[in-house]
Design a protein around this ligand. Structure first.
Ligand SMILES: [Zn+2]
Length: 92
């Protein structure tokens, strides 16, 4: 495990081999049909193609947070626009 003083080294992107940068992202999850957002998740983000990875321990912690019903009950709510997929009208 390569650790640097200023953040974790995520290594190279598996998709395009660019060097991943650490960023704090908002990650969305669908849990039992409900949308939940976890803010400020430390993740490696590829500056080239946008691929994201999270460390194993961060992933485990997210799993714990998503199971924390008290935390979720108290969480702030946001409303998001929801649209239904529709095919393009056929050209006349
Ligand atoms: Zn990439």
């Amino acid at each position: 495990m390569a650790k640097k003083r200023n953040g974790y080294d995520y290594g190279e992107c598996e998709v395009c081999n660019s060097h991943m940068k650490e960023e704090f992202i908002n990650q969305d999850f669908w849990i039992r049909g409900k949308l939940l957002v976890v803010e400020n998740v430390p993740a490696g983000v590829c500056p080239n193609c946008g691929e994201k990875i999270v460390r194993g321990d961060v992933g485990l912690r997210i799993g714990e947070l998503l199971e924390d019903s008290k935390l979720i009950a108290k969480a702030k709510r946001i409303s998001v626009p929801t649209i239904e997929f529709r095919t393009k009208p056929a050209a006349a």
